[in-house]
Ligand binder design. Structure first.
Ligand code: ASP
Ligand code: MG
Length: 413
């Protein structure tokens, strides 16, 4: 059972968390609890680190001390939740990342879990203890505390479930499941009963903020059934939530299951790049060297000369990309560079796309009907994404939600 920051926001809320745990324990289940830091706490700790200044590159290039600071939020909640459970008569113990141990690589600040041994946690559980594990943190190969990247408690929970061969991993949060789209954008959004790992993976990386992407990758690799449900309802009768599971376990398959909006997008266009072999290699090699992650790419013939190449990246990387490309203007030989932060990416996702035709045309038709211009397009087997001007983002989401029959009135539930 994993509880996010809003579910452990204060001691009162932690008592409610304990009531959810009680329900499972009293039903005869062995329970491992993974907790986040209290809501807002990690942000506060990150800000303190920023205030203290950047690490000394000679001593701490790898953000070792950042991890020591930000991991503390989860230490507090794991102890408090264990105390509350003890008060209720359960044998509960907190476990820090180094105690479990949750072994990670040395990529401090965004470490990956390498292994979780079955002991000693498994022994504690077999002895009837409830283990309350600090989420988000582990111990690196260098022996120091590590953290798993923002939202990493989800990954802690799924990794524990996989390592201990749990029946299920229940992620309790402040929403009652995974929705067909963001309910703040469309009142027509519906909770999905089930969604496949692959769809959830696309959703997580395309802007749905329910789960850390890495946690879904892990769940898929180890086939851990993950349930997302609310900790705000009555503990004795939890809401059904959404089950994230294998595609085969989903009976009612939709062509499109969800529509997402990603606002963290920026676009660069290089105009009149010489049309010769090696230019794309040069441009994207340079961006890779600058550590910039490129998403959608299009190349089209230029009316003047050569080709226009445009591509997208996260907004936070735009400035660095522009700098790198400005420096190389002569070398690449483009005539002009344009950049635009005023773009968003809207995506439709569904495993049903593999076996249905006309999915793309429905999307383009729905956008055309709203006079929304498409700037870039990219596709995978189970998703289609378009880049459009920011001001049309929410309108596009609503139009697509309707076009694929996801609106409440149209759907079954
Ligand atoms: N507390 C950490 C964060 O805010 C990890 C988590 O909550 O999942 O990113
Ligand atoms: Mg989270």
């Amino acid at each position: 059972m994993k509880f996010g920051g809003t579910s452990v926001a204060d001691v009162e809320r932690m008592r409610r968390v304990a009531a959810f745990v009680k329900r499972e324990a009293d039903a005869g289940h062995s329970v491992v609890v993974a907790v986040s830091a209290m809501a807002g706490e990690t942000n506060r700790l990150v800000a303190l680190c920023a205030d203290a200044g950047p690490p000394d590159p000679a001593l701490d290039v790898r953000n070792v001390e950042y991890d020591a600071v930000v991991a503390s939020g989860e230490q507090v909640t794991s102890g408090l939740v264990a105390l509350i459970l003890q008060k209720m008569g359960y044998r509960a113990r907190s476990w820090q990342g180094w105690q479990a141990p949750i072994r990670t690589d040395n990529a401090h600040g965004k470490a990956r879990i390498l292994a979780i041994p079955e002991e000693p946690l498994g022994d504690a559980i077999d002895n009837g203890e409830i283990a309350v594990v600090a989420g988000f943190q582990g111990v690196a190969e260098d022996g120091r505390i590590s953290t798993l990247g923002r939202g990493g408690s989800d990954t802690t929970a799924v990794a524990l479930a996989a390592a201990l061969k749990a029946e299920r991993c229940d992620i309790y949060t402040d929403v009652d499941g995974v929705y067909t789209t963001d309910p703040r954008i469309s009142k027509q959004a519906r909770r999905l009963d089930r969604v496949s790992y692959e769809e959830m993976l696309e959703m997580a990386s395309l802007g749905a903020k329910v789960l850390q992407t890495r946690s879904v990758e892990l769940a898929m690799a180890y086939k851990v059934p993950v349930r997302v449900l609310s900790s705000f309802g009555p503990p004795d009768a939890p809401t059904p939530g959404t089950l994230i599971c294998d595609e085969e376990d989903i009976v009612e398959k939709q062509i499109v299951s969800a529509v997402t909006l990603s606002k963290d997008e920026a676009k660069i266009s290089l105009m009149s790049v010489p049309d010769e072999p090696g230019k794309a290699a040069q441009i994207f090699g340079l961006l890779a060297d600058a550590g910039i992650n490129i998403d959608m790419i299009i190349q089209s013939p230029s009316r003047q000369a050569g080709a226009n190449i445009s591509f997208t990246m996260a907004e936070s990387e735009l400035a660095r990309a522009v700098d790198a490309l400005s420096l190389a203007k002569e070398k690449i030989g483009y005539v002009q560079m344009l950049s635009d932060k005023n773009v968003v990416k809207v995506s439709v996702i569904g495993v049903g796309m593999r076996s249905h035709t006309g999915v793309a045309s429905t999307m383009f038709r729905a956008l055309a009907d709203k006079s929304i211009n498409i700037q870039n397009i990219s596709t995978s087997e189970i998703k289609i994404s378009v880049l459009i001007a920011s001001e049309y983002g929410e309108l596009a989401v609503r139009a697509l939600h309707q076009a694929y029959g996801l609106d409440r009135a149209q759907g079954a539930a």
